[in-house]
Design a protein around this ligand. Sequence first.
Ligand SMILES: Nc1ncnc2c1ncn2[C@@H]1O[C@H](COP(=O)(O)OP(=O)(O)OP(=O)(O)O)[C@@H](O)[C@H]1O
Ligand SMILES: [Mg+2]
Length: 221
Amino acid sequence: MNRLITIDGLDGSGKATQTSMLFDELQRRGVKSRLVSFPDYASPSSAPVKMYLEGAFGKKPGDVNAYAASSFFAVDRYASYVRRWRSDYKNGTLIIADRYTTSNMIYQLAKLPKGEWDGFISWLCDFEYKKLGLPEPGLTLYLDVDPGISQGLLNKRYNGDNNKKDIHESDVAYLCACRESASYAAQRLGWQSIDCVSSGKMRDAAAIHAEIIKIILGECK
Ligand SMILES: Nc1ncnc2c1ncn2[C@@H]1O[C@H](COP(=O)(O)OP(=O)(O)OP(=O)(O)O)[C@@H](O)[C@H]1O
Ligand SMILES: [Mg+2]
């Protein structure tokens, strides 16, 4: 099995929660693993991403085209890979990523007409995985959550202060469009989609975690 697993999804879908639970479980099982997270806000390489999400290039996500915005996130990923985890990855450590190139698909596809989606996906895979030389995930777990529900979780986290949201988080119509593009990318690229909602509520984090472990064990067979 490939040594890079990405957990992706819309804002507030539980990525940090699930990557951390997965990492803890792998540690318990004695699997040499490492957690990485994007954007890498602690690094100066995330500066263009921060500017974009704070609205420095325009207050709406669509003010920055899909290709330009993708390049900001890709540069940050390149810096993280080369400086922080390339040697671990090459030495056989299993890398668990909270967001990855897959996030560019989710968030940037939605800015383009559907007729251009396949062309964008090809361009992005070529740019990040071939030209920049970033490793391609062997498994992508997509946490599927209706933005109406994840917004509730984010509101709790920000204590109802909408000013704390970035330009993606504060645009529910955009997030709904992203969910549609994510569903397309998931099908097209063979992501494992996990339905994180049941009867209009988030499922227990432990139940989602158990499903993730089952998928990973299935991949290892
Ligand atoms: N299954 C769950 N049920 C209820 N609450 C959850 C669940 N998973 C995560 N949460 C809570 O929802 C909020 C968002 O979760 P988390 O930070 O893991 O998501 P995220 O996808 O990493 O968010 P972001 O996109 O903002 O980075 C947190 O407050 C977290 O504790
Ligand atoms: Mg997070």
